[in-house]
Write a protein that binds this ligand. Structure first.
Ligand code: SF4
Length: 381
């Protein structure tokens, strides 16, 4: 298709309408520079209209409390069996130490996720273990926003302890978890999941857990792991499922959409061979971010590229393709860096600000739920 023939789709989006999944597929199939330029311009214009010119970032620390995991996702270089070389399980003191270091440099959020470690049931209740670490953090640092435990971890706790998803979410929330990472979504298509992560929850269960969280006033993020074996049709179905859920207007919602392009360098061999390359293709990620803005932007206004996956320069480029947020400082990152990502594992606020300024935009520190942090409350990091 020519750039001209895309106009009816793009003009409808610019007029405020939601484009269809089929129209999104058409956009994703474009490779001509002129067609890509009009897709980019549309995404940029919608971003500007929906959320403005300021680019936000969050001061946070990632804590991956264990890499011992019962599952064997085909893209995962992070997991270990208990007792295997490199396996770790942080104790409460280590988690608190990392949290204290984060607070010291002004972090407002701890993002905590880990492997599905069957040993968590040590005291006959996995939930008790998770609650213990939540309470430890929250009793020492009640001001922190705790963004913790993916839908897959909620399912793991529920399965281990014979509880409902709602019971797990309510207990975590009561103990101090403020929001849930929308990870483990990968691509919400069961034929893709069968190859990527056959032991993980199905698409339907992912959506059920997230919907339960939203009903219980627990906000979540939304993510997509892109650029492996999935088709443009499956990418659009994924975005369609996210949009459908957001349109239900539950008391809590998706706060943002994050694109996580696949990094395979050190991932287990079979999937790497099948995908045929080690690092994300920036142009594919940029086109997908633009289409995500055009497709989702009326419903999910905040869009974030992953600097861990794309590098800070790549993430800054994505700010011109529909994104309005550059993510967090993280301070440490294990899951993607162990897969061979070259984006680094830590950024300072100054690094993130410089990346934003490099594309001519204004910067604003935010909290996890996108509320601006007033200058008076910011600690320079
Ligand atoms: S991606 Fe998560 S669930 Fe899958 S093997 Fe790795 S740590 Fe386990």
């Amino acid at each position: 298709m020519t750039a001209l023939s895309l106009e009816p789709i793009l003009n409808r989006a610019l007029a405020g309408a939601d484009i269809t999944e089929a129209e999104g597929v058409i956009l994703l199939l474009q490779t001509e520079p002129a067609a890509l330029a009009v897709i980019q311009a549309t995404a940029d214009q919608l971003r500007q209209r929906q959320v403005g010119d300021t680019v936000t970032y969050v001061l946070n620390r990632n804590i991956n409390f264990t890499n011992i995991c019962e599952q064997h996702c085909s893209f995962c270089a992070f997991r270990r069996d208990a007792g295997q070389a490199g396996a770790y399980w942080l104790d409460e003191a280590a988690i608190l130490q990392k949290t204290a270091e984060a607070v010291e440099v002004g972090a407002t959020e701890i993002c905590m996720q880990g492997g599905l470690n069957p040993q968590a049931q040590i005291d006959h209740s996995s939930l008790a273990y998770y609650l213990k670490i939540v309470r430890a953090i929250k009793s020492s640092f009640p001001q922190l926003h705790l963004h913790a435990f993916s839908p897959q971890e909620v399912e793991f706790i529920a399965r281990q302890d014979g509880l409902s998803y709602a019971e797990v979410i309510l207990a975590l929330q009561a103990a101090g978890v403020n929001s849930m990472p929308g990870t483990a979504a990968e691509v919400l298509d069961d034929s893709v999941r069968q190859i990527l992560c056959p032991e993980k929850i199905s698409s339907a269960i992912w959506l059920e857990i997230v919907e339960t969280a939203h009903r219980l006033e627990m906000p979540t993020t939304s993510t997509m792991l892109s650029g492996h074996i999935e088709t443009p049709q499956q990418q659009m179905r994924h975005l369609g499922k996210l949009r459908d859920l957001q349109q239900q207007r539950h008391p809590a919602q998706f706060s943002e959409f994050i694109l996580l392009p696949f990094v395979g360098q050190d991932a287990p061999k079979p999937l790497r061979r099948r995908v045929g390359r080690d690092q994300p293709v920036l142009s594919d990620a940029l086109r997908l971010m633009a289409v995500a803005r055009i497709f989702l932007g009326n419903w999910i206004v905040n869009h974030q590229p992953s600097w861990v996956k794309l590098g800070l320069e790549g993430a800054a480029t994505a700010l011109n393709w529909g994104c309005n947020d550059i993510g967090g400082t993280l301070m440490e990152e294990h899951i993607t860096s162990m897969a061979g990502a070259q984006g680094g594992t830590c950024q300072t606020a100054a690094d993130l600000q410089a990346a934003i300024v490099s594309v001519g935009r204004l910067t604003q520190q935010r909290d996890t739920l996108y509320r601006p942090i007033p200058l008076m409350q910011q600690i320079s990091a």
